[in-house]
Design a protein around this ligand. Structure first.
Ligand SMILES: [Zn+2]
Length: 457
């Protein structure tokens, strides 16, 4: 990262409310930032009087909180939003494969920029982003976002296992060279229906060998459970035909997807599993036993008619859970407020119990919970001295947020992505007074419309 002299100055950020997440909300609070690090959090008048020469950014009627950690995204798919809105998971997946084939890397790069712009303007400061084209890595790095960029890998033909691992390892070398700064690289076996158990096992070994984190889509749909248990259904036939895997033999494993990966020694505390909608009570115990973290993506799961993940059971079992927006191709927008709101409505409604999830739990999952799920909680997820200066200001000057009695309630039940006013990552303002500093949104929007033409069906 190039050194901007301004980055190393001290600055005080002050607001009506400051949410440290690990402590109670502070009314009339402030955060002192030095370079890329938070050095004090507390009562605004105390921090200001102790630092009389430090510049003050007074956000007045706003809520300051840690930047959101979106622990499962695919920002390169932003241009696909709104194209496949009424398909169940299996049909959605098949049509999405056709659409992806229409684009080249340059288009995915544009789409990644569109996604990155939306994330920054929505208060997302850290991503666990799953990459197909690999273009989101450069975009997130140049835009100043913090991320683990996971490279997806596919392969069910074990005869090609060594070849696949060799090629993938070389690809990782190239990605590592392009990373650095606030971006690290992770390993992403796509899903149990696109990656053989043996390849999963080899990738888990590769992750350990290279000291990298690993993530996967897991137990997302009934179609996946059916395919793994009985070797039948849309993922056994239509998907294989579409991607040219008809000749590769496959078996019925007779277990759940969660159990299958346990049998193949894939799990560790370095693993993040997205979705886990179909996890059974026994599966939840397995995830907890191996300290596998979960990315909860309630909107995507509901929209693709996959179901509702057993979040209360996961939390009760002590599983580290963060929130993910998943891909705009499935959930359309990357709005962490909408994800929190969907989560609390679904779980309270489904369980007919208000105690299953509180507004505080939701904000915790969208910040510290996500940081824990990604293994980044030593750096981000809370406002505490010593943590990285990743914070956002949510503007409360709107009728839908007036009056505020409880900032957690306002964020979860009232706010949305347009209410974010300011986004700071590692002490660097990426979004100020609702203007992007590192991306040219007019250019990105114009280029995205050109990509749209290629996707017209
Ligand atoms: Zn996904």
């Amino acid at each position: 990262m190039t050194a901007d002299p301004d980055m190393y100055q001290k600055r005080i950020y002050k607001a009506d409310w400051v949410l440290p997440i690990v402590a109670d909300p502070i009314a009339d609070g402030a955060v002192l930032v030095e370079g890329d690090t938070i050095t004090a959090v507390g009562d605004a008048s105390e921090i200001i009087s102790a630092n009389p020469d430090v510049g003050l950014a007074d956000f007045h009627h706003t809520i300051l909180l840690p930047g959101f950690v979106n622990c499962h995204s695919h920002i390169e798919y932003a241009v696909f939003r709104g194209l496949l809105d009424n398909r169940k998971f299996g049909a959605w997946l098949l049509d999405f494969i056709d659409l992806k084939r229409k684009l080249e890397d340059v288009d995915f790069a544009t789409s990644s920029q569109l996604g990155a712009a939306e994330c920054i303007a929505s208060g997302i400061t850290t991503l666990g982003d799953s990459m197909y084209s690999g273009t989101s890595l450069d975009v997130m790095r140049d835009a100043g976002l913090r991320a683990r960029a996971y490279q997806e890998v596919f392969g069910i033909d074990d005869h090609r296992l060594d070849e696949v691992i060799g090629e993938y390892s070389e690809r990782l070398d190239g990605l590592v060279e392009r990373s650095g700064g606030l971006i690290e690289i992770g390993i992403y076996p796509h899903a149990t229906y696109t990656v053989s158990p043996r390849l999963y096992q080899a990738l888990a070994a590769l992750a350990r060998e290279r000291g990298m984190k690993i993530a996967t889509h897991l137990a997302e749909s009934r179609a996946e459970s059916k395919y793994i248990r009985s070797g039948t259904g849309v993922l056994a036939h239509d998907l294989r035909e579409k991607v040219g895997w008809e000749s590769v033999s496959h078996e019925a494993f007779g277990v759940t997807p969660v159990k299958l990966l346990q049998q193949w020694n894939v799990y560790s505390s370095d693993m993040l599993a997205a979705h886990c909608v179909q996890a059974t009570p026994r599966d939840v115990e397995i995830l907890a036993k191996y300290d596998v973290a979960v990315a909860h993506c309630p909107k995507s799961n509901a929209k693709l008619a996959c179901g509702i993940a057993p979040l209360p059971a996961l939390l009760q079992a002590g599983v580290r859970v963060g929130i993910g927006t998943d891909s705009p191709a499935s959930s359309n927008i990357m709005d962490m407020f909408g994800e929190m709101r969907t989560a609390i409505f679904l779980h309270r409604g489904h369980n007919q119990d208000v105690s299953v999830l509180s507004t505080e739990d939701c904000v915790q999952m969208a910040t510290l919970g996500g940081a824990r799920a990604l293994g980044m909680d030593h750096q981000v997820g809370t406002l505490e001295p010593g943590k990285q200066a990743d914070l956002i200001a949510v503007d409360m000057e709107h009728s839908h947020l007036t009056p505020i009695y409880d900032p957690y309630s306002a964020l979860v039940y009232g706010a949305n992505q347009e209410d974010v006013y300011f986004t700071l990552v590692a002490g660097r303002p990426l979004y100020e007074s609702k203007k992007l500093n590192t991306l040219d949104i007019e250019k990105i929007n114009a280029e995205s419309l050109a990509v749209k033409e290629k996707l017209r069906v």
